[in-house]
Design a protein around this ligand. Structure first.
Ligand code: RIB
Ligand code: CA
Length: 308
């Protein structure tokens, strides 16, 4: 039996695609399905891309469509300049033959968590709107989820969409604050560690021959994402945000954490900033600060190369 039952909540998105295909290939992960959210793209495109990715990987898994906009604030612009207008860089839109399930993302999450108490890791790698809506729909899931391992936030690294805020939290700060406030295990894989994990065009090119289908796709999709990093960050590579969060589930030993309650600034210039909250307000979050960078990079690259 596979060790980790995982639902990925996602806004694919180039690094989301890396995370999803990694999850499909890692033999210790039982991917139960995907739930979709706006962020890198619209929820429509996130849903289409999620269905298409699972078909590309030959995985017959459910996709549940998520929210169209944040729970409180007005919707922010999608990050097409980072991931391309269709979400996978210059790769043309891939039209899936399959359809999403009838349930909403929140309904799907609550049903599966209630059917598998204590066993499911929720892995949000986009804005946290669906996770907050699932908590509102059934607050009891907080006692039944094994862990919420999220890509998002930043403690000491500063922001990537403003100087204070990381993109996933910035897109829906109220939802993120609800997730950090709930009484469940949260592991925050934020910019403090994901900014350290960089792969290069040469790394991605090395996946094509051994894994022409999935490695080839990721190499094609990553070209636009590489160019964004050259233009915006001044280096010839890309941050591996979302796959790093998934890998923290299977190899927590490669990460070092500090436990602190976390809250989100909900107004003003620093909206979307994650900060250390007082211990009386809310449960502690496991915040990742250290990472074995080479081991994480190699885990991703070797897992894809051993794929197809
Ligand atoms: O800040 C990085 C995060 O925002 C990643 O999840 C990326 O895919 C975007 O959603
Ligand atoms: Ca993402």
């Amino acid at each position: 039996m596979r060790q980790h039952k995982v639902i990925i909540d996602t806004d694919p998105g180039v690094d989301d695609a890396m995370a999803i295909l990694y999850a499909c290939l890692d033999p210790s992960i039982e991917l139960l399905g995907l739930t979709t959210i706006f962020g890198n793209v619209t929820t429509d495109i996130a849903t289409r891309n999620s269905l298409a990715l699972l078909e590309l990987a030959g995985q017959d898994l459910p996709v549940a469509r998520g929210a169209e906009k944040p729970i409180v604030q007005e919707a922010k612009p999608v990050a097409w300049e980072v991931h391309g207008k269709e979400g996978f860089g210059d790769v043309p839109p891939m039209l899936p033959g399959s359809k999403p399930v009838d349930e909403s993302a929140a309904e799907f999450i609550c049903r599966l968590v209630n059917e598998n108490p204590g066993e499911i890791t929720l892995c949000p790698v986009g804005p946290l709107t669906n996770i907050a809506l699932a908590l509102e729909l059934d607050p009891g899931i907080a006692n039944k989820v094994k862990s919420v391992t999220l890509m998002g936030g930043s403690m000491d690294e500063g922001g990537n969409v403003t100087s204070h805020a990381e993109a996933n939290v910035w897109q829906d700060p109220h939802a993120a604050d609800m997730v950090f406030a709930a009484d469940w295990e949260v592991i925050m894989v934020g910019l403090d560690v994901t900014h350290q994990v960089i792969c290069t065009p040469k790394d991605f090119a090395s996946m094509v021959e051994p894994a022409p289908k999935l490695g080839g796709f990721l190499n094609d999709a990553a070209q636009f994402y590489f160019q964004f990093h050259r233009d915006e960050n001044g280096f010839d590579g890309c941050h591996m945000h979302d796959p790093t969060a998934v890998m923290s589930i299977v190899r927590p030993d490669l990460f070092s954490i500090d436990e602190t309650p976390v809250s989100v600034i909900l107004e003003g210039d620093e909206i979307g900033r994650t900060i250390r909250a007082s211990k009386t307000e809310r449960s502690a979050v496991k915040v990742c600060f250290g990472i074995e960078v080479e081991a994480v990079r190699n885990l991703f690259l070797e897992t894809v190369k051993n794929g197809y």
